[in-house]
Design a binder for this molecule. Structure first.
Ligand SMILES: [Zn+2]
Length: 269
């Protein structure tokens, strides 16, 4: 679509007031929303409003598509691009939502050959992302994890991190970055952390990150993203270099956000 036409349509979408019932859903079902300051909430709501209007959400296996599902998924997806250019999800058209964990049938051959992450659908999955879409999600897991960041798991963050990673055509754990220096730091820090995770798991040691991150570099970036938004204070304490690289990429200081919100909820300043 021509940019001016798209921009015009988005402006029109944003002239609509943000539905109050959606704000209630955000407050009750998306824990991270309550950590945002007023400006961030406003930006997230705008991103979300456009996301819900532009994407097609399809309920699969009998799941009835309702606003609660659209809003929670859109909020988690847009949380990743709160500090990034809006158009990163521009080409994504469809989000398929299953009620609970499924074995997803193989997509058509063209998509198959383009998705190195395809092998996961041989086993039951809770989510999947393809280079040219769709993104597949499982609602009961999305719902639980959006309310409980303390688990360190969020399948929407995970799959949309894959989507961002694949925007440059490769699922290699390195999304498109802004400078050579950023690429250099990224490679250095991610390689060290990824190998350390593998080493620790092999030695039977306890790890901060879920062992699934040791599968390959793409999974490591997706898993690290989950912790960056779900457990930022702990991540910054345990894996500061990796936290800093992700904060530079996402342009968000999630640890500071979590600390601020904890202070406020305890009546401090
Ligand atoms: Zn994955």
């Amino acid at each position: 679509m021509y940019h001016w036409l798209r921009d015009h349509r988005r402006k029109k979408i944003l002239t609509e007031p943000f539905p109050l019932v959606w704000r209630t859903i955000l407050g009750e079902k998306v824990r991270h929303y309550s950590f945002l300051n007023a400006d961030e909430k406003h930006r997230l709501e705008q991103l979300l409003q456009v996301f819900v209007a532009e994407k097609t959400f399809i309920g699969c296996n009998g799941l009835e598509m309702v606003d609660e599902i659209r809003v929670v998924i859109a909020a988690d997806a847009c949380m990743l691009i709160l500090g990034l250019p809006h158009n990163l999800y521009g080409k994504l058209e469809t989000i398929l939502v299953y009620p609970s964990t499924v074995v997803v049938p193989p997509p058509k051959a063209g998509v198959f050959t383009q998705s190195p992450l395809f092998e996961r659908s041989e086993t039951p999955i809770s989510g999947q992302a393809f280079i040219n879409g769709p993104v597949i999600l499982v609602w009961d897991e999305v719902k639980r994890e959006s309310r409980h960041p303390e688990t360190g798991h969020n399948v929407v963050y995970h799959e949309f991190a894959h989507y961002l990673d694949m925007l440059d055509g490769r699922a290699d754990g390195t999304p498109e970055l802004r400078s050579r220096e950023q690429y250099r730091m990224w490679a250095e820090v991610f390689a060290a952390e990824f190998l350390a995770l593998r080493r620790k798991l092999k030695a039977g040691e306890k790890t901060f990150f879920d062992s699934y991150g040791a599968t390959n570099e793409a999974e490591f970036f997706a898993v690290a993203t989950e912790y960056f938004f779900d457990q930022p204070v702990k991540m910054q304490k345990n894996h500061k270099a990796l936290y800093d690289v992700l904060a530079g990429f996402y342009q968000q200081d999630t640890a500071e956000r979590e600390r601020r919100s904890r202070k406020n909820s305890h009546g401090g300043v």
